[in-house]
Write a protein that binds this ligand. Structure first.
Ligand code: F6R
Length: 354
């Protein structure tokens, strides 16, 4: 039931701080430390490589997970698009461990990949929102997203819940030893999300002024800001039908900047201190070609004139906050264009065909 909300999507966007808090509670033990089943941890610790397999938004969460597993746990991690992986596997390393990310647990492309993984006898974990779903039953282990039903076709709270569960898993795998307190940082993020959600009017006004008439748009960023851009672009294109692409901002000059015309909206995500000045340089380049450049920045990196400032959070987890701004951008663009936000054309919530 969507209660007083006009659409499920905006209700689900709003639920995200509560989902993060529920995950913190659910996965903490009596000593206040994150815990997951010990046999899962043993199986993962024996692995030489992690392979994350998923589709769409879940695959975009996978890219953030890759960064968490590599930077916090030090285990090489690859991300695979499920529909590509099922029939053409790359070299997997001597002891691969598979993580299937799937909100529904029913996605046929992901399931086909799991069938192949099971045929080869490799260990696997499904991270899903649906207890008892097909991928949960067929994988060796399951961790649940506890996000509550996600009804809108465009996935929002499942993305942030997937990243949160992978952050918790990385915390346990690293023996809680990598330089910050995950539980504390995640609760700061829940609060940061609330502060972003309290500024819906600002985002709506920004969208109304810049995205109502455009036929195309671009998101740019580097590293985690690029991974968020991929998700931001998918969200905007799938519900507003604005052709939106994400670019690693350093790649612009290698071809794509040719697409930038006078007035083209280019939204840059700037949350990474290591690359902020480079992305700012790219913003100047697109502006020089006439782009309508806009910036979403974290507080510590914000500059006068940025369109939206997100509270500063732990850099490794920045997608959990920046993505919320881009979910709202997609929502208000579709709403402003009079579209059915929850049921975009040509799409189904759960894709059970390959
Ligand atoms: C986009 C979206 C899809 C799904 C994809 C995978 O908003 O919802 O891209 O993320 O179809 O679905 P699950 O996670 O159920 O396997």
């Amino acid at each position: 039931d969507k209660g007083a909300y006009p659409y499920y999507m905006i209700k689900e966007i709003d639920e995200q701080p509560a989902v993060i808090r529920r995950l913190i509670q659910t996965y903490k033990n009596d000593q206040g430390q994150f815990e997951v089943p010990a046999d899962l941890i043993t199986a993962m610790q024996q692995a030489s490589n992690l392979h994350i397999v998923a589709c769409g938004t879940s695959a975009h969460a996978g890219w953030v997970g890759k960064t968490l597993f590599e930077s916090m746990v030090g285990i090489p991690t690859m991300v695979h698009t499920a529909s590509e992986f099922a029939y053409h596997q790359p070299l997997l390393g001597d002891k691969p461990f598979f993580i299937f990310l799937t909100q529904s647990g029913e996605t046929a492309d992901s399931r086909q990949a799991l069938v192949k993984v099971n045929e080869k006898g490799y260990p696997s974990l499904t991270i899903t929102n649906v207890k008892g779903s097909t991928l949960s039953r067929e994988a060796g282990y399951t961790l649940l997203l506890h996000a509550g039903p996600e009804i809108a076709v465009a996935s929002t709270k499942a993305y942030t819940a997937q990243i949160t569960v992978m952050a918790i898993l990385a915390d346990v795998l690293s023996n809680h030893d990598y330089g910050f307190d995950m539980g504390h940082e995640l609760s700061i993020i829940a609060t940061a999300m609330e502060s972003i959600l309290s500024e819906k009017d600002t985002i709506k006004a920004w969208v109304d002024a810049n995205l109502m008439a455009t036929r195309n748009a671009f998101y740019i960023g580097r590293h985690l800001d690029y991974y968020v851009s991929m998700e931001a672009a998918l969200k905007l294109k799938e519900i507003s039908y604005v052709q939106t692409e994400a670019f690693a901002s350093g790649e612009l000059k290698h071809g794509t900047i040719a697409l930038v015309e006078s007035g083209t909206p280019v939204i840059a995500v700037v949350s990474d201190p290591t690359t902020a000045s480079h992305t700012r340089g790219n913003v100047e380049e697109v502006k020089a070609r006439g782009a309508n450049a806009m910036v979403i920045a974290t507080q510590d990196l914000a500059k006068e004139g940025d369109q939206f400032v997100v509270p500063s959070i732990q850099a490794e987890l920045s997608p959990l906050a920046t993505v919320v701004v881009t979910q709202l951008i997609a929502y208000y663009t579709a709403l402003g264009r009079g579209l059915d936000v929850d049921k975009p054309r040509n799409l189904a919530k759960s894709v059970t065909v390959e």
